[in-house]
Design a protein around this ligand. Structure first.
Ligand code: PLP
Length: 377
């Protein structure tokens, strides 16, 4: 059976050029980067080269980039550091953040370590920036604002410039989960008021289990993992050498082909959106699909029925990989917290499907998926 992979917001295929770059570090170049002899020096150099590449592409300083195990660890570190090391006593976040943020913020609230305010959403799922400003204006404590750059389920993009300008006005600490946008959009950290960002290699054809945490150099924070002096004392433990090399290469490749890839993938998204609207008049596009939205994601709800209840299963049987709930809780069949936040009491009448694309997706695959959907409903 031919498999159609439309779940690229969950993870992407490892690029063969990335794998080729990683391979020597899985075989002959195995030295411990902390060792002082040549085997160690060459692997240490590979890590520092990757760090320099990443910093240059994001317009940051190499010392502001720490390699982590992925987006979840980076976000945990940033949020906890803002509370423990930067004296934030109040957190503003949104109800549609990734669980990496949500569970942390909820924990801070439950443990009494910080007061939490949830910013309102607009009808199409954007952050209500007027409400963000009001929450900051009312706060008397030092505040951490943690808002994702792009929502992994519905694709909505935050107006980062507008949000950061509000944060400047109130001198808030600002973290953004950029897991869905690093390597997909130009990012200029030196010219953005932001203190922390999280990124993850496997969302742009890099390896799994490696990510970055950006910490602006005027913020001094404690390591999340204490141990050896790896990662400039920010994260103890022998480095994920081949992962880090792969992250650097994947980001470099994505950056070089960003314009061409984004235009191509946007074309796939626009075509599929049109086909869905033409063939399934009852569907509802979740979020601002045709507006400020990731070019990689469409989230469409089909009206609930006996047939649509089986949709994910039937798509899987036909070899189509898509996501129903959120990427990181695949297997869960209940309506996700994002769809609940958007549709509230009406959420249970929705059967949401997320289609997410990459440079490997094709128009022909879109046609095939539309045909399979027509047969299933
Ligand atoms: N944040 C967002 C927006 C994501 O989409 C994901 C992964 O799905 C994560 C965080 C978690 O990243 P990682 O899998 O690298 O821990």
């Amino acid at each position: 059976m031919n498999r159609i992979y439309f779940d690229n917001a969950a993870t992407t295929a490892l690029d063969s050029e990335v794998l080729a770059e990683m391979m020597p570090y899985l075989s002959e170049k195995f030295g411990n980067p902390s060792s002082i002899y040549s085997y160690g020096r060459e692997t240490k150099q590979a890590i520092e080269n990757a760090r320099k590449k990443v910093a240059k592409i994001l317009n940051a300083e190499p010392g502001e980039i720490t390699f982590t195990s992925g987006g979840t660890e980076s976000t945990n570190t940033a949020i906890n550091a803002a509370i423990n090391d930067l004296a934030c006593k109040h957190v503003i976040s949104s109800p549609i953040e990734h669980p990496a943020t949500l569970r942390n913020v909820e924990f801070l609230a439950a443990s009494g370590k910080a007061r939490v305010s949830w910013v309102k959403l607009t009808a199409n799922g954007h952050i209500d920036l007027a409400d963000l400003e009001q929450l900051l204006a009312q706060a008397t404590e030092k505040t951490l604002v943690t808002l994702m750059h792009a929502n992994n389920e519905i694709g909505n993009l935050l107006d980062l410039k507008a949000a950061s300008e509000i944060c400047i006005k109130y001198q808030a600490v600002f973290h953004s989960d950029m897991v869905q946008t690093v390597a997909h959009y130009p990012i200029d950290l030196k010219n953005t008021y932001i203190h922390f960002i999280s990124g993850s290699g496997h969302k742009f054809h890099g390896p799994k289990g490696v990510g970055i945490l950006y910490v602006k150099n005027d913020k001094q924070i404690q390591p999340l993992v204490r141990g050896g002096s790896q990662e400039r004392n920010m994260r103890g433990g022998t480095e994920n050498l081949y992962g880090i090399v792969g992250f650097g290469k994947a980001l470099e490749l994505a950056d070089g082909r960003m314009k061409a890839d984004s235009e191509y993938i946007q074309g796939i998204k626009t075509y599929m959106t049109g086909q869905l609207k033409a063939h399934f008049p009852g569907i509802c596009l979740n979020g601002d699909t045709e507006g400020r939205s990731l070019y990689t994601v469409i989230n469409a709800s089909f009206p609930k029925s006996e047939k649509t209840d089986m949709l994910l299963f039937n798509l899987d049987m036909a070899g189509v990989c898509v996501s129903g709930g959120s990427a990181c809780s695949s297997g869960a069949t209940s309506v996700s917290h994002v769809i609940k936040a958007l549709h509230q009491e009406d959420a249970n009448n929705h059967v949401p499907i997320r289609f997410s694309f990459s440079r490997h997706s094709t128009m022909q695959e879109v046609d095939e998926v539309i045909d399979i959907l027509k047969k299933s409903i």
